[in-house]
Design a protein around this ligand. Structure first.
Ligand code: HEM
Length: 188
């Protein structure tokens, strides 16, 4: 199976990663996905501390830490995950839109990266200001946008992406080159 695929790739002129590069890229891919999930967990802890912390100072510091330290590491790990995923897709038999599980992960990764830039980052100044108000001992300010959604949505999507990566469900999205009918397969 692997030999047939290599031959087909050579005939198509497709890029193919050697074993060492594939392993290295896969390790970076998995570590970046793990880092991304870990950062989401930290976000959830900070949001919960900001909301239910025992003192105003603790709550304020949680919001300030959230606003100061989270977005760039999160975006960096998300982009590394995306780039290594693209390399793995293009450089292996999986392709980018050949199998459903890869295509869905690609969409999820792109949507989450967009949400970080468009929805999360622009609100961080407001969160910082909110935290400062608490730390200064002022009474609870009137308004802050709901911060529970970002970690909840992201953790759900990333857990789903991890399940897809491991289970590789739903088979092929496109027909095989060479005119053979599309087949549903879990192998690879
Ligand atoms: C959304 C975040 C993502 C997460 C959490 C994630 C997670 C993972 C994990 C845990 C694996 C290892 C699976 C295994 O070896 O059994 C994996 C492999 C893989 N991922 Fe991702 N991934 C993500 C995004 C992407 C994207 C955007 C692409 C492609 C555009 C992609 C393409 C691949 C491919 C092709 C493999 C298999 C590599 C191989 O076996 O050589 N992933 N992913």
């Amino acid at each position: 199976m692997a030999v047939q695929e290599r031959t087909r790739a050579r005939q198509d002129g497709r890029l193919r990663l050697g074993r060492g590069w594939r392993r290295t890229t896969l390790i970076v891919h998995i570590v970046s996905a793990g880092a991304w999930i870990g950062i989401d967990v930290i976000v959830a802890v900070l949001v919960l501390t900001g909301r239910f912390g025992t003192t105003g100072e603790v709550r304020g510091l949680a919001y300030q830490a959230l606003a100061t330290f989270i977005v760039w590491p999160m975006l960096t790990s998300a982009l590394i995950c995306l780039v290594t995923g693209l390399i793995l897709g293009l450089g292996t038999r999986w392709g980018l839109v050949r199998y459903w599980w890869v295509a869905v992960k690609l969409v999820l990764n792109l949507v989450l990266c967009t949400l970080i830039v468009v929805a999360l980052q622009p609100g961080m100044d407001e969160v910082n200001e909110y935290g400062r108000t608490f730390t200064a001992g002022a009474p609870e300010p009137a308004f802050i946008s709901n911060l529970f959604f970002p970690p909840a949505v992201s953790l759900t999507a990333l857990t789903f992406a991890t399940v897809l990566a491991v289970a590789k469900p739903w088979g092929r999205l496109t027909r095989r080159t060479g005119g053979r009918l599309a087949e549903r397969t879990r192998d690879a």
